[in-house]
Design a binder for this molecule. Sequence first.
Ligand code: ZN
Length: 145
Amino acid sequence: MICTEVRPEKHYIGRLPHNRDMIASIEDFCLKTHIEMGWFSLIGAVSSVTLGYYDQKQMVYVTSKADCRLEIASCSGNISRKDGKPFVHAHAVLTDEKGNAVGGHVFSETIIFAGEIHIQTFSGKPLDREHDHQTGLMLWRMFHP
Ligand code: ZN
């Protein structure tokens, strides 16, 4: 495992705007408040969702969009940099009225009905994403000690 040391900085607690894209809302907040590294958890509800599953053999995301109102039973993610800008990577478990769950990688076009978020920011060497040849994913660039 290759890790980089970070230092805890600030905590933010807040509400996400109604009827806005979840990922864009968090990235906009990070841009405005100069957050480049952090971790967050989020609960609430969505009015539509786009989830992805990464097909490891084909090296592509398979996405599915659903216009349905679901609870965000659990959502966590991180904030790092991609192309010099704050980039949010989030996964979520969403539930319907019967408690049935779907989950996966959260894509844009996931619209927040209501959302409460806690962000923990970090300082340290900037964490940038770059293309990883083995997985085809945009992973963190890590430096061997
Ligand atoms: Zn993911």
